[in-house]
Design a protein around this ligand. Structure first.
Ligand SMILES: [Zn+2]
Length: 303
């Protein structure tokens, strides 16, 4: 039988997003947790009551599964305090942090340093991804420590320990989140294209992204791990990824910048708009927005 609280620390009354729609409801909190939901007239007495204004909506805390809190040797860019302050301002209450720190989180030792910094400064809940370590034994130690997934970068696809680590991820049920770009095509593009920041998109062509998706899905189909393709930036990679998703074992996201910016931004502001994969042409943006509206994406991330 459900146990109802006799009093609440906090009662919030107004419009809330619940079960896929907005409804008039009251939500009671005890000890920082939701303890009661119902009609305002039926609510237990509360120490504090908040009535939402007509323009305000109560939303669940969001999860951002791809962030870079930097910190460590790059704390001047971002640290766990400034990054999670931004997250909180945007309604995000859990962040999953990527491993390409300085130094990179490819070992238990660095994970422990990150944990120390995050526990001192973070304003929201958090988790860490493991970077591909030098051996699957090290990955095993990182899994035991507690990671939310293994992150793969394009260069990782050419490293010796890749297959054994992916086998372990499959056996342990560890999510593999991958930056899909084929490293061979990236290398060739670097030899072919001019090094001009305004043409950054030529150095990271859509062909590399679509080929990266196929390569990762091949590994998934052979080794059986759960694959999440992150920051899909182009229509071709999206269609390839959706084909993989239909066969099973694959999920995907895009990042906010691919939904709102196109390559014109690099012309206008230069290197500050440089991201990998690059922001694309406007028609790619339109396809991604359509896919988002149609519910084809499993997540949107800030990256
Ligand atoms: Zn990222």
């Amino acid at each position: 039988m459900a146990v109802y609280p006799t009093s609440l620390d906090l009662l919030i009354e107004g419009r809330a997003y619940m079960n896929g729609s907005l409804m008039e409801v009251s939500i009671g909190i005890v000890g920082g947790k939701i303890a009661w939901i119902g009609k305002y007239s039926k609510a237990p007495p509360a120490a504090q009551v908040v009535h939402l204004q007509s323009k305000e909506i109560l939303l669940p805390g969001m999860v951002d599964m791809h962030v870079h809190m930097r910190d460590l040797e790059e704390a001047s860019k971002e640290d766990w305090y400034t990054g999670t302050l931004s997250a909180l301002a945007g309604g995000v209450t859990f962040v999953a942090d990527m491993p390409n720190n300085k130094p990179p989180a490819r070992s238990l030792e660095v994970l422990k340093v990150k944990q120390r910094e995050a526990s001192r400064k973070a304003l929201v809940d958090y988790g860490f991804y493991a970077g591909l370590p030098a051996s699957s034994a090290e990955l095993s130690r990182m899994i035991e420590f507690g990671v939310v997934g293994l992150k793969l970068y394009p260069d990782d696809l050419e490293r010796d320990c890749l297959v054994e680590s992916l086998r372990l991820a499959a056996a342990e049920g560890l999510l593999v989140v991958a930056h899909a770009e084929d490293p061979t095509i990236l290398r060739l593009a670097e030899a072919i294209e001019p090094k001009d920041i305004r043409r950054h998109c030529l150095l990271r062509p859509i062909e590399a992204e679509a080929a990266g998706v196929r390569l990762l899905d091949y590994l998934r189909s052979k080794l059986g791990f759960q694959l999440h393709l992150t920051h899909i930036s182009s229509a071709r990679a999206l269609f390839t990824a959706l084909g993989c998703k239909l066969r099973g074992g694959v999920q995907l996201d895009t990042a906010i910048h691919y939904l709102f910016l196109d390559e014109g931004i690099v012309e206008r502001v230069g290197g500050i708009a440089k991201v990998n994969p690059p922001v694309r042409r406007e028609r790619e943006v339109r396809v991604l927005l359509t896919a988002l509206a149609a519910g084809m994406l499993d997540a949107v991330v800030s990256d």
